[in-house]
Design a protein around this ligand. Structure first.
Ligand SMILES: Nc1ncnc2c1ncn2[C@@H]1O[C@H](COP(=O)(O)OP(=O)(O)OP(=O)(O)O)[C@@H](O)[C@H]1O
Length: 378
């Protein structure tokens, strides 16, 4: 059984107006029909530009925002249907690591008390109920046990018991993110949702934190949902990558497959914007410069959500019929009516996009072409 299976998840935030905000004049469709599955022990990377709904999806899994529709199967339980108290208890199995480690750690609490908080809230640790002992002895044993769990979590992230009495501001950004990870680990969860886990860190520290997450996954059999706008980060850690655009998944594939053969025009444009360290490759590759801004999720375009910016848009069908996320080969899925024909070059970019699809010459100077754009990024 998969650890997490999300089916047709929707999170629509009401837009309120009126003196006391009592009129709903519309909805922000932050997540609008996402289905995805995460196998136990795997990492699912979710990418997409700011505002596409990644964070809202992660928060919906934890029920930190209200789910409008859909299911979130965690093992054999649908989290979307749990009452608040049952969900609160279930949350020890699903933890979150946040983007901004400083913002998510209370500056007035020392690290010991930050890490103990979750254990105490869930009543974890201490002697079994059937052991006879006084209240005070039980309390002391519980605290001792909880402290041992906290120290174990700190050591696993490369810190020591010396951190217990110190405060968040006394640590570097990378260390604070380690503390954020320890806070999630202390509850020994099955799933950790990492929301932009390294984007607030210096590049030199990012790899260390990503390697730490990978090491912990192997040691503890953890499952991750990693949310990031940075394709390089997601590629580094993910078994499966999903690409989101305006509240929906437009493509999903194993990391290598997606990066070698991106099929959705949006994924291709995202990939083409990632710098490549090898200057020869960098010079020779395709660039797709998208036209226009991301439409508002309060008024998404009809048909394919991407049609307003798609260089390969085909009239009628793309404008009116919303493509399903369909399997094209193996585990590679794409939500585009014409993905295969675009990839093969059978469908060419529209005239008005001629200057927006750019090939390098290999000599550093880019030239524009309105003809077929190649079979993907290299
Ligand atoms: N509580 C809320 N109420 C109303 N709208 C919201 C709320 N939270 C998010 N949104 C809107 O939902 C959309 C998706 O936001 P979300 O933060 O999930 O995107 P994201 O892809 O994670 O972007 P970022 O990386 O910038 O956080 C945005 O238009 C955002 O303004």
């Amino acid at each position: 059984m998969s650890l997490l299976e999300i089916t047709d998840l929707k999170v629509h935030f009401p837009i309120k107006r009126g003196v006391v905000f009592d009129r709903t004049i519309g909805h922000v469709r932050a997540v609008d029909g996402v289905s995805l599955t995460i196998e136990r022990g795997q990492t699912y990377g979710l990418v997409g530009e700011s505002g596409c709904g990644k964070t809202t999806l992660g928060r919906a899994v934890l029920r930190l925002v209200d789910i409008t529709e859909g299911q979130v199967w965690f093992g054999d339980r649908d989290l979307a249907g749990l009452d608040t108290e049952t969900m609160r208890r279930e949350r020890r199995h699903l933890q979150m690591v946040f983007q901004d480690p400083l913002g998510s750690l209370n500056p007035r609490q020392n690290i010991g008390s930050i890490l103990l908080e979750g254990l105490q809230a869930h009543g974890i640790g201490g002697p079994a109920d059937d052991q006879e002992m006084s209240q005070s002895e039980r309390r002391a044993r519980t605290l001792q046990d909880q402290r041992a769990r906290v120290v174990d979590a700190l050591e696993r992230v490369g810190l020591s018991a010396r951190a217990l009495t110190r405060y968040p501001h006394e640590f570097s950004g990378g260390q604070r993110q380690r503390i954020g990870i320890a806070r999630a680990l202390v509850l020994r969860p099955d799933l950790i949702i990492c929301d932009e886990p390294v984007s607030a860190l210096d590049v030199s520290i990012q790899a260390q934190v990503l390697n730490l997450l990978e090491g912990l996954q192997k040691e503890l059999g953890l499952t991750y949902l990693v949310i990031a706008h940075d394709l390089a980060v997601v590629r580094h850690v993910s078994d499966v990558v999903g690409v989101m655009y305006l509240g929906s998944l437009v493509e999903e594939a194993s990391g290598d497959d997606l990066y070698e053969t991106p099929m959705h025009p949006y994924t291709r444009s995202l990939m083409s914007a990632v710098p490549v360290p090898d200057p020869q490759v960098e010079d020779a590759r395709e660039r797709i410069l998208l036209a226009g801004d991301l439409p508002s999720p309060a008024a998404p375009p009809p048909g394919c959500r991407f049609h307003t910016r798609c260089p390969w848009r085909q009239e009628e069908r793309c404008d009116t019929e919303r493509p399903e996320l369909r399997t094209v080969r193996g585990t590679h899925k794409v939500a585009c009516h014409y993905a295969e024909q675009i990839l093969s070059g059978e469908i060419r970019p529209r005239e008005e996009y001629a200057e927006r699809i750019v090939h390098g010459t290999g000599a550093g100077a880019a030239t524009a072409t309105g003809t077929r754009s190649g079979s993907g990024t290299t």
